[in-house]
Design a protein around this ligand. Structure first.
Ligand code: NDP
Length: 290
């Protein structure tokens, strides 16, 4: 029987409705409207699309969503000075500088400048540390946090499960690992130097693919009955598609679906969770008094 689909779009909608309730309650009780400010440096087309959808999602949840657009040649010092102003602004509860920033700007300097209590992207080392030690005020990066919510709402038992994370990036693989460890999974992290990769992935009860390689995970790499979460978003050329390309994940969906028990599609799986979790982190920052 083909695997059950984990519907990320539906879960993201639930989360956004919950966020809207929290935002309304905060407004009623303390006259606070949670506010997210996104800073976009340069005119990268994909980033502009992400940023616009973040602003729209904030407004739909009854939150303030502001985007500050800076020219591509903005000096790093000016960007840092803007972050200082946002850090000090009581109407701003969450700050996100859209990555990637232009090459003349050091992304780590930007991340370090954002006040940890407003770092709703969860990339500041203080938040990385808080999440690792299971400190509840820490902000986890939105994509892996979204994966945890998907697993929970799909009724997947993570405690005691063998979880394999494919990928060790700072934004997905590593935080995914810390969240799974804290949820009591037994976690193995794989990367480009991992030997006998398929032997490792075949041991996974829960397999998280985040490597950025289209349809890399094939059915022979998956244990029958495993839960497969596909974080990948890849564009592949497709002459039959209207735009000349199609989106696919890091998992060969059609064949893996025949082996897994539950699986996320791409699109409509992990993707919609990322913005939902960003809103959730922002409303939490406002509740925590950012
Ligand atoms: P990175 O390129 O930063 O990291 C990729 C990781 O995969 C690295 O750790 C790399 O290993 C590992 N890797 C690459 N090739 C192999 C291989 N052949 N075998 C084993 N491991 C390999 O990617 P990200 O983590 O940023 O993103 C991963 C995917 O998730 C992308 O498709 C991206 O588009 C998507 N994504 C989706 C989001 C969403 O909202 N749904 C948000 C963020 C990302 P090594 O460290 O050794 O180089």
């Amino acid at each position: 029987m083909p695997a059950e689909l984990i519907d990320g779009a539906a879960v993201a909608k639930e989360i956004r409705a919950e966020v809207a309730q929290h935002a309304a309650a905060l407004h009623a009780a303390r006259d606070i409207t949670p506010g997210l400010t996104v800073v976009l440096v340069g005119d990268d087309a994909a980033s502009a699309v992400y940023v616009a959808s973040k602003e729209k999602a904030c407004k739909e949840a009854g939150m303030n969503g502001e985007t500050i657009r800076l020219p591509h040649d903005t000096p790093q010092a000016d960007l840092l000075a803007l972050i200082d102003r946002l850090n000090a602004d009581p109407a701003v509860h969450g700050i996100l500088v859209q990555m990637p920033v232009p090459k003349h700007i050091d992304p780590q300097a930007v991340i370090l400048r954002i006040a940890p209590h407003k770092d709703v992207d969860g990339f500041h080392p203080i938040n990385v540390g808080r999440v690792w030690i299971g400190e509840p005020t820490g902000f986890a990066p939105c994509t892996p946090a979204g994966v945890m919510v998907l697993l929970e709402r799909a009724g997947v038992t993570v405690a005691g499960a063998n979880a394999v994370v494919l990928g060790r990036s700072t934004i997905v693989g590593k935080p995914m690992t810390s969240l799974l460890v804290n949820a009591s999974a037994t976690v193995t992290v794989c990367h480009s130097k991992t030997r006998d990769l398929a032997d490792v992935t075949r041991r996974a009860d829960v397999l998280i693919a985040a490597i950025g390689k289209p349809e890399f995970v094939t059915a022979d790499m998956v244990k029958p009955g495993a839960v497969v979460i596909d974080v990948g978003i890849n564009r592949v050329n497709d002459a039959s598609a209207k735009r000349g390309y199609r989106l696919c994940g890091d998992v060969a969906f059609a064949q893996v679906r025949e082996v897994a028990s539950k699986i996320t599609p791409v699109p409509g799986g992990v993707g919609p969770m990322t913005i939902a979790m960003l809103l959730k982190n922002t409303v939490r920052a406002a509740e925590q008094g950012a």
